[in-house]
Structures are given as structure tokens and as C-alpha cells.
Design a protein around this ligand. Structure first.
Ligand code: AHG
Ligand code: MN
Ligand code: MN
Length: 340
């Protein structure tokens, strides 16, 4: 694929790699591409909130202003439901999964979608990058029947596709259908995503670590040991640096390009971790593995975890292989879990 192809062209070309493809996955990816552009437009206006009106207020045009995470959720939900291209959606912003009925009352669509419509929401008001994360599975309930919770509680390794949009200095859509990870940058003047980062890969070794170190005293001993290990290496002259945006999408994106690890461990404050297995960790783990990286909960592969509930949280260690392996080795000294 030539470097300057557009996302639309790439999706169509990629479809031919799947034998017997019905084009449904292509339609789904195209719908995400469209919703991403709409959300991007709104994210770019976030700084004008004092002028246009804050969440809960009515703006000058008489429109109700919504919080950006609710807005992003609505846009993705509407774009995907109105076009009848998925049979169910689960979102971090919704209490339960949503069954999508087709116009004939049935739904014969093949795929379900899970998403974190706005990731890094604490960054919205301060002009710092936020993102959207999505994850796609094939349904397991037979076609025609409404999807059930079991469709959404599949192991991460069953994902058909996953990706994210980062609304940053440039807006990028990065995704994988299991054939590597490819990144597309939006040209905002004409609203087109161009292939700018084909075959993205985590460097095997990295020197960036991303963790909310303010929680240090609450971390499990294995994570404390890893941070001490890094400090010792720095003392010995090795270069490590800490970078933490507080938006998983942005931290992951930087670490994939430059080499690094993102850690959100359990802590005595949040014993199950903070991030959501279905909406955040599974899709990012799928991308990490496709990009020659690794993702674990400190002990086992994220993609092997059997989910038991929609909003389940897990600890998350993700990034360059050598770094995730090293922290896993140190965590292994405490096999019974947290030793705070
Ligand atoms: P969300 O905005 O979807 O709730 O997710 C925020 C997540 C993640 O993106 C980020 O890395 C992490 O929470 C930050 O948590 P802390 O503020 O506790 O560091
Ligand atoms: Mn999030
Ligand atoms: Mn969110």
C-alpha cells in the first residue's frame, strides 16, 4: 500500500484479505471514521466553552451544551445505530449494553462494538490530548436473535479489530484488523485521513515509563521494585524518562512510537485497578500485540482474561516487550497478588 493512500482506500484494499468478506467490517470502520471527524470538530471547539456556553447551559444558538464525553458517546452511538452496521454496542458511558434492532425488527449484522468514547476526559478543559478507543468482536448469538451479555464478555483475543483516535496536535486514527497496526493522520482542511504511519511497532526496548507516581505509597511491591530498578539504572548512567499525560490513548501512542511502558497498577486505593478491561485494556492490548509489544495485568496476558462483567477493571501493564517482561518478573516475586 502506498504511503499516501487515504483511510477509505486502505479499508477497501484491506477487505480483500478476508476471504468471504461481506463488507460489514469495512462499513463499520467507515462509520467510525465519520464519527471521529464529527467528534474531532467538537473537541477542537472545547476551548471556546466560555464563549459558546458550558455543559448544562444553552448556547447562543439555543442548543443545549453537553459534556464532551456524553457528546462523543451520542455521536458514536448514533452513527453506528442509524446505519444498521452492528447488532450491539457497549460503552463506558452506558450502564448496560445496547441491543440494536434492524428496521425489520431483527438484526442480522455480524459485529458488536465496545468503546470508550472519550478517554482522558480530565484533559478536556486544559487543551491536552484526549482520545476514543474502540473494539470489535463477531457476535456469538445466532444471527436474527438479539445479542446478549455473553456476546460482550468474550476474551480479548477474540477481537476482530481494535483502534483509537487521538485528538492531539494532529488528529490520528490508528487501528488493526489483525494485520499490523496502521496510523492515519487527518488533514483538517479537507477532512481526509491519510496513511502516515504504516506498520507501527513498539521498539523492543524503551526508556519512557508512564505511571501516576503520586500513588506510589499505594502501589503493590512489584511496581515499587520496578520503579526502584529504573532509578538504579539511571544512577548507573542509563537514560530513562517519565512521561504521563493521564490519557491512556495519548500515553500509549507516544510510547508505541518512542518505546516505553504504561502502567496503571492495582493500589490499596483501587484494589482492582482503574482501567476498564472491555473498553480500554483489551483494545489497547490487541494493538500492542499487533505492534510487537506486550500487555499484561502484571501476571497474565490481558487478552486471555475471561471477562465476567461489562465494567470490570483490571491492572494494566502495556508497552515495549523488554519493559513489560521486566516488571512482570518483579511482580512475580509476589505471586499472591498485591503486597502493599
Ligand atoms: P476516562 O477519561 O475514559 O475516564 O479514562 C481516564 C483513564 C486513562 O485514560 C488515564 O490514563 C487514567 O484514567 C488517568 O488516571 P489518573 O488520573 O488516576 O492518573
Ligand atoms: Mn478511558
Ligand atoms: Mn471515557
Amino acid at each position: 500500500m502506498k504511503k499516501h493512500s487515504t483511510l477509505g482506500e486502505f479499508i477497501i484494499n484491506n477487505q480483500s484479505h478476508f476471504s468471504g468478506s461481506s463488507g460489514e467490517l469495512s462499513r463499520l470502520l467507515n462509520a467510525i471514521r465519520l464519527a471521529a471527524k464529527v467528534v474531532n470538530h467538537e473537541v477542537n471547539k472545547a476551548g471556546l466553552v466560555d464563549i459558546l456556553g458550558a455543559a448544562g447551559e444553552t448556547n447562543i444558538q439555543g442548543e443545549d451544551q453537553q459534556k464532551l464525553d456524553v457528546y462523543a458517546n451520542d455521536i458514536f452511538m448514533q452513527t453506528l445505530t442509524k446505519r444498521e452496521i452492528v447488532c450491539g454496542i457497549a460503552s463506558e458511558e452506558e450502564d448496560d449494553f445496547v441491543v440494536i434492532k434492524g428496521s425489520n425488527g431483527n438484526n442480522d449484522n455480524k459485529y458488536i462494538l465496545l468503546m470508550d468514547p472519550l478517554d482522558g476526559s480530565s484533559n478536556i478543559d486544559v487543551n491536552v490530548s484526549v482520545g476514543t478507543i474502540f473494539s470489535v468482536y463477531e457476535r456469538i448469538t445466532p444471527k436474527g436473535q438479539p445479542v446478549t451479555k455473553a456476546d460482550f464478555l468474550q476474551k480479548g483475543k477474540k477481537q476482530v479489530a481494535a483502534g483509537y483516535i487521538v485528538y492531539g496536535t494532529s488528529t490520528m486514527l490508528v487501528y488493526s484488523t489483525g494485520r499490523g497496526v496502521h496510523g492515519f493522520t487527518l488533514n483538517p482542511a479537507i477532512g481526509t485521513f491519510y496513511l502516515s504511519h504504516p506498520n507501527m511497532e513498539f521498539p523492543r526496548k524503551g526508556n519512557i515509563y508512564s505511571i501516576n507516581e503520586a500513588n506510589y505509597v499505594h502501589f503493590p511491591q512489584g511496581v515499587k521494585d520496578y520503579l526502584k530498578y529504573i532509578q538504579k539504572k539511571v544512577e548507573e548512567g542509563q537514560k530513562y524518562t517519565s512521561r504521563y499525560i493521564g490519557s491512556l490513548v495519548s500515553d500509549f501512542h507516544r510510547n508505541m512510537i518512542k518505546g516505553g511502558i504504561y502502567i496503571y497498577p492495582t493500589s490499596s486505593k483501587s484494589p482492582k485497578g482503574k482501567l476498564r478491561l472491555l473498553y480500554e485494556c483489551n483494545p489497547m492490548a490487541f494493538l500492542a500485540e499487533q505492534a510487537n509489544g506486550m500487555a499484561t495485568d502484571g501476571y497474565q496476558r490481558i487478552l486471555d482474561i475471561q471477562p465476567t462483567e461489562l465494567h470490570q477493571r483490571v491492572p494494566f501493564f502495556c508497552g515495549s516487550r523488554s519493559m513489560v517482561s521486566k516488571v512482570g518478573e518483579l511482580m512475580g516475586a509476589y505471586p499472591d497478588g498485591a503486597d502493599y
